[in-house]
Design a protein around this ligand. Structure first.
Ligand code: UDX
Length: 470
């Protein structure tokens, strides 16, 4: 396998793609402008928290199949296939910022020598391949040839290596038979394993990525609305989601209620598709509704806390979970970060704990106080809010936590805990579509009564002692 592959962009997608292609036997050069990141990678340190990636980077670097450089030109000149895996962040109006992609395309053009397949792996609005093609055509040396392939990724954070090596499908969009043949060679081990391998036009491949991600977002916003409806009608969202998912046409995945979807992809991809549809004169109504429900969900989390505790000044809130989902350290567009900011802005003091994401969260919110254990976060708390579905939050010693707290109130936005067990332990417990919020408010009133009676009893005991002494 003499073909050398270059991957421009050693971020989340590029690093996983490059490392896994090396694992499959290809010679891969990962390129990034960030010299610090490249230095760490050359020293065998990887900058992201991803299961299985460290071992693969180490093994393939030692085998000489995987290398890292900031020298894009040199790598491109020695590569037959160049993947573009640079970031395509969201612009302030929801559009996709293609600056990095266009800059990388120009760099490829300047260094084109022999026939090269340029593969757009980054998530890009439909027809972006045409812009990449035009840039390379304009800046490339005369008498050099290239083709453009669209090859979107479907990697989930927390399972990216597995998702790459065992994909549900591989999508390859392009018109050139020569380029498509080379792509079949690159993915030959998957084709031999009968992995679904779909060849399409560039446009179809580009749009499949958005269609898939926005549909995942539809399922999440849908189940989050159903959670609200369950809460109002006394139904149980977990049972409802399970029953829905047993219908093979629906399926169980992405029907877990929560504080809304986050991450660097779903929020951005939904907004990007809304934007590119409007550019084409089409109103993507479902997308707009999904985005609106999602933003509303994180807002309702804070409103419930405010309704239950009253004014939040000087209230102590324990925030369990900062990452946008479990098994990652990523806090981009994390609902937990939005909620933490709102609570702090409302004057509450927040003690946060997350097994992996605290460093990044403290960069997002410098005044956020993080502690090194969930129990430390719960000490003297007026309320615990569980924001990220880390398994360990389901297995904490809640009997001990009850004793630590100033007010035993738990808001479980991920429905991780057993309501009956929490109520038996004496907590005011509410969640997301199982225990109605109104029950918590009522329960709270009883508790306040109890606290007031106990306080009066303490006061009269003290008074009694004082009289005896006098
Ligand atoms: C997503 C897509 O799944 C992946 O295919 C694409 O390539 C990149 O974007 P990722 O962003 O890593 O992957 O996260 P994902 O696992 O999809 O979860 C996204 C968000 O939805 C998280 O905040 C998660 O907590 C939330 N979610 C997910 C739910 O609230 N309920 C669910 O049932 C599933």
């Amino acid at each position: 396998m003499s073909t050398t592959i270059s991957i421009i962009g050693a971020g989340y997608v590029g690093l996983v793609t490059g490392t896994c292609l090396a694992e499959l036997g290809w010679n891969v050069i990962c390129i990034d402008k960030d010299a610090e990141k490249i230095r760490s990678l050359q020293n065998g340190e990887i900058p992201i928290y991803e299961e299985g990636l460290q071992q693969l980077v180490t093994r393939n670097s030692l085998a000489g199949r995987l290398s890292f450089t900031t020298e894009c030109g040199q790598a491109v000149r020695h590569s037959r296939v160049v993947f573009l895996a640079v970031g395509t962040p969201q612009g302030d109006l929801g559009q996709t910022d293609l600056t990095a992609l266009k800059c990388a395309a120009k760099e490829i053009a300047h260094n084109l020598r022999d026939y090269t397949v340029v593969v757009v792996k980054s998530t890009v609005p439909v027809k972006t391949y045409q812009s990449v093609f035009n840039i390379i055509l304009e800046y490339k040396p005369p008498d050099t040839r290239f083709d453009i392939i669209s090859n979107p990724e479907f990697l989930r954070q927390g399972s990216a290596v597995r998702d790459f090596l065992y994909p549900d499908r591989i999508i390859v969009g392009g018109r050139s038979k020569k380029a498509l043949t080379i792509m079949r060679r690159i993915y030959s081990s998957f084709i031999h394993r009968h992995v679904n391998y779909i060849e399409s036009s560039n446009e179809t491949a580009e749009l499949i990525k958005y269609a898939a991600n926005t549909f995942l977002a539809v399922k999440i916003s849908y189940i989050n609305e159903m959670a609200d409806i369950c809460e109002m009608s006394g139904a149980d969202i977990n049972q409802l989601a399970r029953a829905m998912g047993l219908d093979k046409r629906i399926g169980p995945a992405f029907l877990k209620p929560g504080p809304g979807y986050g991450g660097s992809c779903l929020p951005k991809d939904v907004k990007s598709l809304i934007w590119s549809c409007s550019e084409m004169g089409y109103n993507f109504r479902i997308g707009a509704a999904v985005d609106q429900v999602n933003r509303g969900k994180r807002g309702s989390v804070v409103n419930k806390i405010r309704e239950l505790l009253g004014p939040l000044e000087n209230r102590n809130i324990a925030l369990l979970g900062l990452a946008f989902k479990a098994e990652t350290d990523d806090t981009r567009e994390s609902p937990a970060i939005h909620v933490a900011r709102s609570l702090l802005d409302s004057g509450a003091s927040v003690l946060a704990y997350d097994p992996a994401a605290m460093d990044r969260a403290c960069l997002d919110i410098p005044k956020l106080e993080c502690v090194n254990s969930p129990y430390a976060a719960c000490n003297r708390a007026d309320l615990i809010i569980i924001m990220t579905e880390w398994n360990r939050f389901a297995n904490l010693n809640y009997k001990r936590i009850h004793k630590l707290m100033a007010r035993p109130i738990i808001y479980d936005t991920r429905n991780l805990l057993n309501p009956r067990k929490m109520l038996k332990l004496g907590f005011v417990y509410f969640d997301n579509g199982r225990v109605p919020f109104s029950a918590a408010v009522e329960n709270m009133a009883h508790l306040r009564l109890g606290w007031a009676r106990r306080k009066n009893a303490r006061v009269s005991r003290k008074a009694g002692f004082a009289l005896q002494k006098a």
